[in-house]
Design a protein around this ligand. Structure first.
Ligand SMILES: [Zn+2]
Length: 252
């Protein structure tokens, strides 16, 4: 009996000594949960074949088509607009992506008419519509005592270089990504024309100042009276990208 007890005792001691070898290591986290060691990473065996050029082109056309549909739907809900053909130009550098013709910005008081020959990139027309409807009209009522019923402007798309120079970079107008606003017609029969703020009545000067400040949140370039002689009588607004992202603004 004593021998049997000694054998059992020896076996138990041997088990305790060998325990770290016989049992897998289990550790406990701070909250008492069992922390299971992560399996060793296995080499990735899958081979990904490079996409074929035709697949990429088809996919890019599809994404472009979807973007156009989304833009047209968004614009159509707040403006009178028609999709139009891309402009034909002699200059290979000019062109408009997703071209649209904006006729009017919808809203109360019959909306805001645009000149009949507008041609812009859809994303630009959408941004312009939001600014006119959400910002310009309330500002006009506040400062001029009347809503605006029409925009006086250039056509948006013009195949030319910056500031009408014969050489240099193409203007954002060459991509339908800009507009030159000359003034507005007001519901009360009056009008507002862009010019040097110090030559305007105080309420109109405040209105012009507010237009320029707010436009800087909607567009990436805002030029007007005082920027340079070429912009003495209109506001140039565009959505060109300065640098690597569209976060940088030029607001003068
Ligand atoms: Zn311009």
């Amino acid at each position: 009996m004593r021998d049997k007890l000694i054998r059992v005792g020896l076996f138990a001691s041997l088990f305790l000594i060998m325990q770290p070898v016989l049992l897998p290591e289990i550790t406990y986290g701070q909250t008492g949960e069992i922390a299971v060691p992560a399996p060793a990473p296995r080499a990735v065996q899958n081979r990904v074949s490079a996409p074929r050029k035709m697949d990429v082109e088809a996919e890019s056309n599809e994404v472009e088509g979807e973007a156009k549909e989304i833009c047209l739907a968004a614009l159509g809900s707040i403006a009178t607009v028609s999709s139009t053909e891309a402009p034909v130009t002699d200059d290979a550098g000019c062109g408009v992506e997703n071209p649209v013709s904006l006729t009017a910005v919808n809203g109360q008081s019959g909306g805001i008419r645009m000149p009949g020959d507008m041609l812009n990139k859809c994303s630009f027309a959408l941004q312009l519509t939001h600014w006119l409807s959400d910002v310009v009209n309330p500002l006009a009522k506040q400062h001029l005592g009347s809503a605006i019923v029409a925009v006086r402007s250039g056509p948006g798309f013009v195949c030319r270089r910056r500031n009408n120079q014969p050489t240099g970079k193409l203007s954002e107008h060459a991509f339908g990504n800009a507009i030159d606003i000359v003034g507005f017609k007001l519901e009360n029969g009056g009008s507002f024309n862009v010019k040097q703020a110090d030559s305007l009545p105080p309420s109109e000067a405040l209105f012009l100042n507010a237009l320029r400040k707010t436009a800087c949140g909607y567009f990436t370039t805002v030029l007007g009276p005082g920027s340079n002689p070429a912009h003495a009588t209109h506001l140039h607004l565009d959505m060109g990208i300065h640098g690597k992202t569209n976060n940088y603004r030029i607001c003068e």
